[in-house]
Design a protein around this ligand. Structure first.
Ligand code: BDR
Ligand code: CA
Length: 310
């Protein structure tokens, strides 16, 4: 049986690899891709999502443009990581496929309202603005969701945008707060997990050997990893967002536990922090499955095998 998913994303090279992994995997039906402002402005993320669908040979997947700015804060982007286009590192044509009609949040509401209860998994790879807007403006739509699997946050590992905050949560903490208070089944991939998934030379060599798609991915990742390698002194850049998709395909590659997670929205010093009660010290009920352990080589074997199918 295939699992029906929607991917909410701000591509971004690692988002792009996540999209390719999903589109290459017969276990997943990608019902829609919804773009949000994040790594680069919406005007670019909504193009990049289509660049990736076309690279995968899937111009039939509807791509919607969503929110172009956070709920309450000024936009904050990361061209310093992803380059001015968000997909620097591979020379790919601008897309021919058009954007699907209408706002991503309305499209999500329609799709989820028409879906069987608890039948669609929402994979979030960027700031949570589209999702929070959906939950705020279409409160009934959540019943179509089986759950949300999100990349964001960091706890023992700290932040990558401020000492306390990871990028996706930092950009729109009020949106993250709405999602984490929603009561929907949540799974979170924080930096504590994704910082173990490092792109090494051997992975790049194996990707290049796959052909056109693999060469594009290797080009993206070589560009994208330079920032984290310089910043953290890692052996390679962390491949964050594809972990979300790999989790749906092979959950046994990952380990974690159910925790209470809250989002800091007020303190200027720690705004966007994911406060994860890993040790259960508060006694507050768990609202999220937090992933911390990763079989990184198992992940790369899966990723490279799937990208080889495109
Ligand atoms: C997250 O922020 C973006 O730079 C990546 O695409 C990923 O979603 C990592 O902090
Ligand atoms: Ca992302």
């Amino acid at each position: 049986m295939t699992r029906r998913i929607v991917i909410d994303t701000d591509p971004g090279q690692d988002d792009a690899v996540a999209l390719l992994l999903a589109l290459a995997s017969p276990e997943l039906e990608v019902a829609a891709v919804t773009a949000v402002a994040g790594n680069v402005p919406l005007s670019r993320t909504s193009v990049n999502a289509r660049v990736v669908c076309e690279l995968a040979g899937r111009p039939d997947v509807p791509v919607y443009a969503g929110c172009d700015r956070p709920l309450r804060r000024e936009p904050y982007t990361a061209e310093y990581v992803h380059g001015p286009t968000g997909l620097d590192g591979a020379d790919l044509p601008e897309p021919v496929m058009p954007l699907a009609d209408g706002h991503a949040v309305d499209a999500l509401a329609r799709l989820l309202t028409a879906a069987e209860p608890a039948s669609v998994t929402l994979c979030t790879l960027g700031p949570l603005t589209n999702v929070a807007t959906l939950l705020r403006d279409h409160p009934g739509a959540g019943r179509g969701l089986a759950g949300i699997v999100a990349m964001g946050g960091g706890f023992f590992e700290g932040g990558n945008t401020t000492p306390a905050a990871e990028f996706n949560i930092y950009v729109d903490p009020e949106a993250a707060d709405i999602v984490f208070r929603s009561g929907l089944p949540l799974t979170l991939f924080p930096l504590d997990a994704t910082h173990q998934v490092l792109i090494l030379d051997d992975h790049l060599r194996r990707l290049r050997a796959l052909g056109r798609v693999g060469r594009a991915v290797a080009g993206w990742l070589e560009f994208y990893e330079r920032w984290d390698v310089a910043k953290y002194g890692f052996e390679g850049g962390p491949l964050h967002d594809p972990c979300v998709i790999a989790y749906l395909l092979a959950p046994g590659l990952f380990g974690g536990k159910d925790c209470n997670v809250q989002i800091e929205v007020e303190s200027p010093l720690t705004v966007g922090m994911t406060v994860v009660d890993w040790w259960g010290v508060t006694g507050d009920p768990a609202n999220c499955h937090v992933v911390r352990d990763v079989d990184a080589e198992g992940f790369f074997d899966l990723l490279i095998e799937r990208l080889g199918r495109l």
